[in-house]
Structures are given as structure tokens and as C-alpha cells.
Design a protein around this ligand. Structure first.
Ligand code: SF4
Ligand code: SF4
Length: 169
């Protein structure tokens, strides 16, 4: 699979950041009824255009947040204790979240595949957090705008959302 041109998406994200940020703010404020249906429709469209295996930028440049449950599950897989696993790969960041010590993620394998896919952290499984009940809260908390330049799928998702609902706001 050909690598996606991340620089091209980044440039588009920087160009559109202000406009898409304004849209998300307005959307979160107006709380339109039935928004989840539109989210599901936009989500479906995104994955026709963006293939994560041709990107991998989240695993290369960002870190997931680990829960204790994640650490217990993954450390067991490596036959390490919680503490051994933590010391080898993790740290606490400025928000007191447990995160990777470095990027790219130590579990990123060849061809942008996750080597622990079945047992990956919940945060990874949920990323980029589109279809979720608290979608409007996430929009308000700037989840999507903060990920805009890092995740091509997020850029395309917010563009699609704007196309689908802006006229009704
Ligand atoms: S655990 Fe897997 S999905 Fe999560 S950041 Fe690392 S490589 Fe990516
Ligand atoms: S979730 Fe976003 S950043 Fe991660 S691989 Fe998919 S498109 Fe790329």
C-alpha cells in the first residue's frame, strides 16, 4: 500500500484550522438533535478516502494514554510485571497521564501494523474518537481540532461534518 502524503494533509489542516475550529465550536454550542446519525455517516465516508495502514502517523508521532487495565493486560502478554513494563516503556506526563516514553510507539511494526493490535490500549482502539455518545463534548474539548494536523482521517471527518451540517446550524 502506497504511503499517504502526510505533509499534504498537514498543509491542508493548517490552512483550514481556523475555519474548521469555528465550525466545531458552533456545532458544540448549538447541540443539534440527532447529530450522531451525521457522525456515523461522516465516519463511513472518511474510511473510503483514508487508509490507516498507509499512514500510521498517530503511532509514529503521538502517544496513547494507558489505563491500569491496559498495562495489566499488555504486561501479562510480555510476561513482565506491571512495574517492569512501566519502567521499560512508560512515564507520567505533565497531565499526570501514563504515556509512552518516546515516539514512534515501541509496538509499531512493519507496514504501519500494530504488533499488539488485539490487546492495544483502549485509547488506541478508540482513536480517532469519531462515533461516540459524547461527540459534542469531545468537539467542545477540542479533541478533533487538536488532532487535525496529526491525523488525516480527522481532517477529512471534520470537513465532511461541515459539509453535512453547516447549513442547518
Ligand atoms: S499500541 Fe499499537 S495502535 Fe497504539 S500507538 Fe502503539 S502501535 Fe499504535
Ligand atoms: S488514525 Fe489518523 S493518524 Fe492514525 S493512522 Fe489513521 S489516519 Fe493516520
Amino acid at each position: 500500500m502506497a504511503e499517504l502524503d502526510i505533509k499534504k494533509y498537514k498543509r491542508r489542516a493548517y490552512r483550514k484550522r481556523k475555519d474548521l475550529g469555528k465550525f466545531l465550536k458552533k456545532l458544540a454550542k448549538s447541540k443539534p438533535k440527532g447529530i450522531l446519525k451525521t457522525v456515523v455517516a461522516a465516519d463511513k465516508e472518511v474510511w473510503k478516502e483514508v487508509a490507516c495502514l498507509s499512514c500510521g502517523n498517530c503511532c509514529k508521532t503521538m502517544t496513547p494514554t494507558y489505563t491500569r487495565k491496559d498495562i495489566n493486560r499488555i504486561s501479562k502478554h510480555f510476561k513482565l510485571s506491571y512495574q517492569q513494563f512501566y519502567d521499560k516503556w512508560l512515564k507520567v506526563d505533565e497531565n499526570k497521564d501514563i504515556v509512552n516514553q518516546s515516539t514512534p510507539c515501541q509496538f509499531l511494526g512493519k507496514n504501519n501494523m500494530c504488533s499488539i493490535y488485539e490487546i492495544r490500549p483502549d485509547d488506541c482502539a478508540q482513536f480517532p474518537h469519531f462515533v461516540r455518545r459524547d461527540f459534542l463534548y469531545q468537539a467542545e474539548e477540542k479533541t478533533y481540532i487538536n488532532n487535525l494536523a496529526h491525523c488525516p482521517a480527522t481532517l477529512v471527518f471534520v470537513e465532511k461534518m461541515k459539509e453535512l451540517v453547516e447549513a442547518d446550524l
